[in-house]
Design a binder for this molecule. Structure first.
Ligand SMILES: Nc1nc2c(ncn2[C@@H]2O[C@H](COP(=O)(O)OP(=O)(O)O)[C@@H](O)[C@H]2O)c(=O)[nH]1
Ligand SMILES: [Mg+2]
Length: 369
C-alpha cells in the first residue's frame, strides 16, 4: 500500500496507514479537478483508504451544502431545495484522484434541541451504524451568517458530553458563509476576534484551533480546491493526533457486536431450525440500544436545559438587582437634586433678605448722616 502522485506544485502521498499526506503549496494543485464529475462510488466503503466524516451542527448552518462541496457534487439536499431539509442521516461517498475514498455523513440538526428525543436517539444510532468502523473526523458546521446562540453552545456541550471528552480530538470547526465575510472585507480571524463568543473560542482552542472557512457559493474552481485541501489537511492532523484510529465508543462497539451476533444467530437459526431459538430478535435488541441512546441523550439535554434555566434565572435576578440598585441610585440622585434645589431656593431667599437688610442698613445710615 502507499504511493504518491505529483501534480504541478503539490505532492500527494498516501503512507502505509493509508493516511492522506498533502505536501507542497496548496492552491495551485489540480488534485481535485472540479471540471469533470467526480467518481461516485457505492455507499459502504470502509477500507483503510477511506475517511469517514460526520457533519454536525444546527439546522441551516450549511451542513448539507458543505457536504456537497466536499463531495464535489449535489449529493445532499439543502435547506431551500424542493426536497426540503435533511430529515435523516445519510452517507454519500466520493473517490479522490489519489484513490482515497471520502465518506460523508450528513445529519439532521441532531443537537439543536428542536427534534423529538426518540427520533434523535434513532438518528444517532443510524449515524453510528453508517460510520461502521468509526468516525475519522467530526465536522462541526457553524455559520458566520447567523449569531452563535446560547442554544448552539449548549448543543456543542451536549455533543461533547454525549460522545465523551475524546471526541474533542476528532473535532474540526467549519465556518460557512466565507463569501459574506469576503463581501464585508473580513477575514475569519476578524470575525472570530469581533463576533466569536468566549465559550466558542475556548472550545475551538481545546480542539487545537482546527478551523476552516468555507464558501459554499463559490464557482471558482481554485477556491473550491483550496478549501477542500484545507479541510482534508485538518482531517489529516486529526488522524495524526489519534494515530490513525477512528473515533468509536461503547455504543459503536455494542452496535457492531449486536450486528455480528445477529448474523451468528441467523445462521444458527437456519442450521438448528427452531431447536435453539435466538434469545432476542435483532430488532428487539436494536430498539433496546436505541432506547439507551435516547435516555442518555435525554439525560444530558435535560441536565443542560436545567442548568441553562438556572443560569437564566440568575441572570434575570442579577439584572433585577442591578435595576433595583440603579433605581436606588436614581432615587438618591433625585433626592440630592431636590435638596440642591431647596438649598438654592433658600440661598436665594437669604440673598434677598441680605439685599433687603443691606438696603435698609444703607437707608438708616443716610438718616444718621
Ligand atoms: N451565502 C452562503 N450561503 C450558504 C453557505 N453555505 C450554505 N449556505 C446556505 O445556507 C442555507 C442552509 O444550508 P444547508 O446546507 O441546507 O444547511 P443544513 O440545514 O445545516 O444542512 C442554504 O440556503 C445554503 O445555500 C455559504 O458558504 N454561503
Ligand atoms: Mg441539511
Amino acid at each position: 500500500m502507499g504511493g504518491s502522485s505529483v501534480t504541478d506544485d503539490l505532492e500527494v502521498t498516501t503512507n502505509e496507514a493509508g493516511t492522506l499526506v498533502l505536501l507542497g503549496s496548496p492552491g495551485t494543485s489540480r488534485l481535485f479537478d472540479f471540471s469533470g464529475e467526480p467518481e461516485v462510488i457505492g455507499k459502504e466503503v470502509t477500507t483503510n483508504e477511506a475517511r469517514t466524516l460526520v457533519l454536525l451542527g444546527r439546522t441551516g448552518n450549511g451542513k448539507s451544502t458543505t457536504g456537497n462541496s466536499i463531495l464535489g457534487r449535489k449529493a445532499f439536499t439543502s435547506k431551500y431545495s424542493s426536497a426540503g431539509v435533511t430529515s435523516t442521516c445519510e452517507l454519500q461517498s466520493t473517490r479522490l484522484d489519489d484513490g482515497l475514498t471520502v465518506n460523508v455523513i450528513d445529519t439532521p440538526g441532531l443537537f439543536d434541541f428542536s427534534g423529538e428525543h426518540e427520533v434523535i436517539g434513532k438518528e444517532i444510532v443510524k449515524c453510528m451504524d453508517l460510520a461502521k468502523d468509526g468516525i475519522h473526523a467530526a465536522l462541526l458546521v457553524l455559520s458566520v451568517r447567523t449569531r452563535f446562540s446560547r442554544e448552539e453552545q449548549a448543543a456543542i456541550q451536549s455533543f461533547q458530553e454525549f460522545f465523551g471528552e475524546k471526541i474533542r480530538d476528532y473535532m474540526v470547526f467549519v465556518f460557512t458563509g466565507g463569501d459574506e465575510l469576503e463581501d464585508n472585507d473580513q477575514s475569519l480571524d476578524d470575525y472570530l476576534g469581533n463576533e466569536c463568543p468566549e465559550p466558542l473560542k475556548e472550545t475551538i482552542k481545546m480542539c487545537d484551533n482546527r478551523l476552516v472557512l468555507f464558501d459554499n457559493k463559490t464557482k471558482d474552481p481554485k477556491k473550491k480546491t483550496d478549501q477542500l485541501i484545507e479541510v482534508l489537511s485538518l482531517v489529516n492532523l486529526v488522524l495524526e493526533k489519534n494515530g490513525g484510529v477512528p473515533y468509536t465508543n461503547e455504543l459503536f462497539k455494542e452496535l457492531q457486536a449486536l450486528k455480528a451476533n445477529s448474523l451468528i444467530g441467523d445462521s444458527k437459526h437456519m442450521i438448528d431450525e427452531l431447536k435453539e431459538p435466538v434469545p432476542r430478535s435483532y430488532e428487539e435488541q436494536l430498539s433496546r440500544l436505541t432506547e439507551n441512546v435516547t435516555s442518555k441523550f435525554m439525560g444530558i439535554t435535560s441536565k443542560l436545559l436545567e442548568q441553562w434555566a438556572i443560569e437564566r434565572a440568575d441572570r434575570v435576578a442579577a439584572e433585577l438587582k442591578g435595576k433595583a440598585d440603579q433605581e436606588k441610585i436614581e432615587g438618591g440622585l433625585h433626592e440630592l437634586r431636590e435638596q440642591l434645589e431647596r438649598a438654592k431656593h433658600e440661598n436665594e431667599i437669604s440673598r434677598g433678605q441680605l439685599e433687603r437688610a443691606k438696603h435698609e442698613n444703607a437707608k438708616s445710615s443716610c438718616h444718621i448722616l
